[in-house]
Design a protein around this ligand. Structure first.
Ligand code: HEC
Ligand code: HEC
Length: 455
C-alpha cells in the first residue's frame, strides 16, 4: 500500500491503516421491517419515482426506443424506454426521465440482459461535466425558471453537476457509485435532505470505484456493501440511490415506504443456473475440498445452506485495501450517521471497518470479474494467484465467456492498450490477495471450480 502511494501521482489517496488486531468478525443481523410485496417492489423499481426529479420527458421523447423494449416489457410511456430508464411523475406532476437501478444492476451476458447482475461493462472514464452543462443550458433555453418542468428538473440538475466531476474513473468497468453517493450527500442538509451549495465535508481527489455485486446475494446478508458498512434497515439503505434527485426528506419519506417491497423483491431473486454440463463426480470431489478450505468464510451450498456473514480483515484477505480504507476516512460516515437516514425510523447506519465481507458465492460462475475491485477475470486465476494477469482486455460488450477457466475470455497485453484494458497497477485495482486457492494442486483446483459451477 505504501509502495503504491509512493509511486502514484494521485493526490488525496487515503492513508493506509495499520495492522488490525482481529482476523474475522461476525456481522450481526438487525431485525427488518414486516414483509413487503415482491411484485410491487419490482414494479416500483421499473416505474417508480425514487430518483425524485429528472429530465423533462418532452426533452427525451425523440430519444426513446422506436420499438417497445423487450427486456422489461413495460406499459405506458415506459414501454419504449430503455430498460435502464424510468419515465415517472415528479412531485409536481411533471413527467420526467431518469436512470433506474438497472443502469448498474443489470448486465449483458451471451446476448441477453441478466437482471440483478452487476454491470461490469460501464465506462466512467469520460467526464459527464460537459453533459451536465449542456443539459443545464438546454433547460435554460427551453423552460422558464417558473415552469413546472424546471421545478421537476432542478434537484437532479444540482446533484448531477455536483457529482459529475467526482465520478470520473481511471479504469474501464470501475463503478463509482460510492463517490456518487458521497458527492450528493455532501451537498444535502443532513436533517431535511435539501440541497445546499456549501459542502458538508472535504472529498478526496481519488476516483475510487468497484465492481458491482449481484443483487441475489441480499437475502443472505446481514450487512450491505463490499465492506459491510451498511447496517440496520435495508429498505432505508437501498434508498440511498435516491440522493441523486429526491428533493427533500418529505419526498424521501413517501418513497422509502416502497422500498420495503423492493427488499421483498430482492429476496426472491435467484442466480442463473450454470448453462453447460457439469462433471458431477468431479464436483463432488470439489465439494469436499470446498468444505475443508473455503466454507469457514463462504458458507455451505446445496441441500444444507449456511452463510456465516463474516467480515475478513485486510491483514487476512490481503486484497487491495484502498476501497475499505477510503470508506473509513470519508466524511460520508459522520454525515450519514447524523442524517435523516440514521436519525429517523426505520434506522440505517454506517459502520466502516478495515476488511471485506466474504461474499455468498451463489451464481459465482456468471459474475466475473472477481474481487470487490473486479481485478481478476476468471475463477481459475482467482484460485491460482501467480497466473493472474497484470493487464487484461476483453472486447467490449460482445466479450465471450470462457467456460473452462470460468470468467471472461481475455488477452494479456504487455501494457495497457486500446479501450478496454484493465490495469491492476493502478491504486485501488491491484489483483493481490485472496491466496486461499494457491495451496491446492492443479487437479484440486479443477475440482473446486467444477463445484463452484453448481452454486
Ligand atoms: C451508479 C450505479 C448504481 C446504481 C444506479 C445503483 N447501484 Fe446499487 N450498487 C452499486 C455498486 C457499485 C455497489 C457496490 C458498492 C459496495 O458494495 O461498496 C452497489 C451495491 C448495492 C447493494 C448491496 C449488495 C451487497 O451484496 O451488499 C444493493 C442491495 C444495491 N446496490 C441495490 C440498489 C438499488 C435497489 C438501486 C436502485 C434504487 C441501486 N442499487 C442503484 C451501483 C449502483
Ligand atoms: C479467511 C476467509 C476466506 C477463505 C478461507 C476463503 N475466502 Fe474467498 N473470499 C474471502 C473474502 C473476504 C473475499 C472478498 C475479497 C475482496 O473482494 O476483496 C472473497 C472472495 C472470493 C471470491 C470472489 C467473489 C466475487 O464475487 O468476486 C471467490 C470466487 C472466492 N472467494 C472463493 C473462495 C474459495 C474457492 C475458497 C477456498 C479455496 C475461498 N474463497 C476461501 C474470504 C475467504
Amino acid at each position: 500500500m505504501l509502495a503504491i502511494a509512493a509511486c502514484s501521482t494521485y493526490q488525496g489517496l487515503p492513508t493506509p491503516v495499520g495492522n488490525t488486531s482481529w482476523r474475522t468478525k461476525l456481522l450481526p443481523a438487525t431485525p427488518q421491517r414486516v414483509e413487503g410485496n415482491a411484485e410491487a417492489g419490482l414494479a416500483y423499481l421499473i416505474y417508480g419515482d425514487y430518483i425524485g426529479s429528472g429530465i423533462p420527458y418532452e426533452f427525451m421523447k425523440n430519444r426513446m426506443l422506436k420499438k417497445p423494449d423487450v427486456i422489461l416489457k413495460r406499459e405506458g410511456l415506459n414501454a419504449n424506454a430503455q430498460y435502464m430508464l424510468n419515465v415517472f411523475d415528479a412531485p409536481n406532476g411533471a413527467k420526467v426521465v431518469n436512470g433506474n437501478c438497472f443502469t448498474c444492476h443489470a448486465s449483458s451476458f451471451e446476448g441477453n440482459i441478466v437482471i440483478g447482475m452487476g454491470n461490469s461493462f460501464s465506462d466512467y472514464r469520460k467526464s459527464l461535466l460537459t453533459a451536465a452543462r449542456v443539459m443545464h443550458t438546454g433547460m435554460n433555453l427551453k423552460y422558464s425558471k417558473q415552469s413546472k418542468e424546471w421545478e421537476a428538473y432542478e434537484d437532479f440538475g444540482h446533484y448531477f453537476r455536483e457529482m459529475a466531476p467526482h465520478i470520473v474513473t481511471n479504469q474501464p468497468g470501475g463503478n463509482p457509485a460510492f463517490r456518487l453517493a458521497e458527492a450528493c450527500m455532501n451537498h444535502r442538509n443532513p436533517s431535511d435532505l435539501t440541497y445546499q451549495e456549501k459542502p458538508n465535508f472535504e472529498m478526496s481527489d481519488y476516483p475510487v470505484a468497484t465492481d458491482v455485486p449481484p443483487l441475489w446475494h441480499v437475502k443472505k446478508k446481514n450487512a450491505l456493501y463490499y465492506t459491510g458498512v451498511g447496517r440496520g434497515d435495508f429498505s432505508k439503505l437501498l434508498f440511498q440511490a435516491s440522493v441523486l434527485g429526491i428533493p427533500d426528506s418529505t419526498a424521501a419519506r413517501k418513497a422509502v415506504n416502497n422500498f420495503n417491497d423492493v427488499v421483498a423483491w430482492l429476496r426472491t431473486l435467484e442466480p442463473p443456473r450454470y448453462s453447460k454440463e457439469i462433471d458431477a463426480p468431479l464436483a463432488a470431489k470439489g465439494e469436499a475440498l470446498f468444505t475443508e478450505h473455503c466454507s469457514g468464510c463462504h458458507g455451505t451450498y446445496g441441500a444444507e445452506e449456511t452463510y456465516p456473514n463474516k467480515l475478513v480483515s485486510l491483514d487476512l484477505v490481503k486484497t487491495d485495501p484502498l476501497y475499505a480504507t477510503y470508506g473509513m476516512q470519508s466524511g460520508i460516515v459522520a454525515w450519514y450517521n447524523s442524517s435523516w437516514f440514521a436519525q429517523s425510523e426505520p434506522r440505517s447506519w454506517f459502520v466502516p471497518d478495515s476488511g471485506y465481507i466474504a461474499p455468498p458465492l451463489d451464481g459465482i460462475w456468471i459474475t466475473a470479474p472477481y474481487l470487490h475491485n473486479g481485478s481478476v477475470p476468471t475463477l481459475e486465476d482467482l484460485l491460482n494467484s501467480p497466473q493472474r494477469p497484470v493487464y487484461w482486455s476483453r472486447t467490449g460488450e460482445s466479450a465471450e465467456y470462457d467456460y473452462e477457466k470460468v470468467g471472461w475470455r481475455y488477452e494479456r497485453p504487455e501494457k495497457p492498450k486500446g479501450d478496454w484494458t484493465f490495469d491492476t497497477t493502478l491504486p485501488g485495482y491491484s489483483n493481490q490477495g485472496h491466496y486461499f486457492g494457491d495451496k491446492l494442486s492443479k487437479e484440486e483446483r479443477k475440482a473446486v471450480i467444477e463445484y463452484l459451477k453448481t452454486m
